[in-house]
Ligand binder design. Structure first.
Ligand code: GLN
Length: 203
């Protein structure tokens, strides 16, 4: 199988390593490629959209033609994981905790609403043990967004309490798409294993 990491900006290396470890645990042979051009999407069985800065990833995706091509590929069923900035990129509704509407380029595919930088300055980054549909894992949060709404085809895959917002979702799944507001690539292979199992089921 071949897995891609969208390599425009963000923690690409960490996703590549998480894919490699997950494949080893699942005993499948996996090639991992850095995706920078639309043509590369055709050869993939799964893709991860890393954490980073969603406005930068969006702007670069637009410039390279990857925005439309990736949207088509994900719509076509490509198993896709978006973490943190990647989750923002996948969402249909995006707001910023300070500036409100952002108008940033997004894929807009998942029935989730996110608030960027929802944990504010005091808690810019933190870790938390989480019960998720992928198992119990250590969630690493870095200037994380919050998934505040889940509707339609999407379902919550992990819930947590937010100091001001109350109950929010730390992860969501919509058929072939997974979004997490934390960074599984930094602490666990569970989510990448789940993604690869979706890819295996499709092959
Ligand atoms: N705050 C970033 C954004 O809004 C996301 C942070 C991250 O991916 N670690 O794009």
């Amino acid at each position: 199988m071949r897995a891609g990491v969208l390599a425009l900006q963000g923690d690409v290396e960490e996703h590549a390593r998480a894919f490699a470890r997950a494949a080893e645990e699942l005993r499948i042979s996996l090639e991992v490629v850095e995706v920078k051009r639309p043509q590369q999407l055709r050869e993939l069985d799964a893709i991860a959209i890393p954490g980073g800065e969603s406005t930068t990833i969006g702007a670069l995706a637009k410039r390279t033609g990857l925005l439309d091509a990736l949207r088509d590929a994900v719509r076509g069923g490509l198993p896709t994981l978006g973490t943190c900035a990647g989750a923002i990129f996948l969402a249909k509704e995006v707001k910023d905790s300070v500036v409100g509407e952002t108008g940033q380029p997004i894929l807009g595919l998942m029935d989730i609403g996110v608030v960027r930088n929802a944990f504010g300055r005091q808690r810019e980054s933190f870790e938390l043990d989480l019960d998720t549909d992928f198992g119990r894992l250590r969630g690493v949060f870095i200037r994380a967004p919050a998934i505040v709404k889940v509707w339609g085809g999407a379902r919550s895959a992990a819930k947590m309490r937010h100091p001001e917002l109350g109950e929010i979702h730390a992860a969501a799944v919509q058929s072939n798409i997974i979004a997490t507001i934390f960074h599984p690539e930094l602490s666990t292979t569970a989510v990448h294993r789940y993604l690869l199992s979706l890819a295996k089921g499709r092959a």
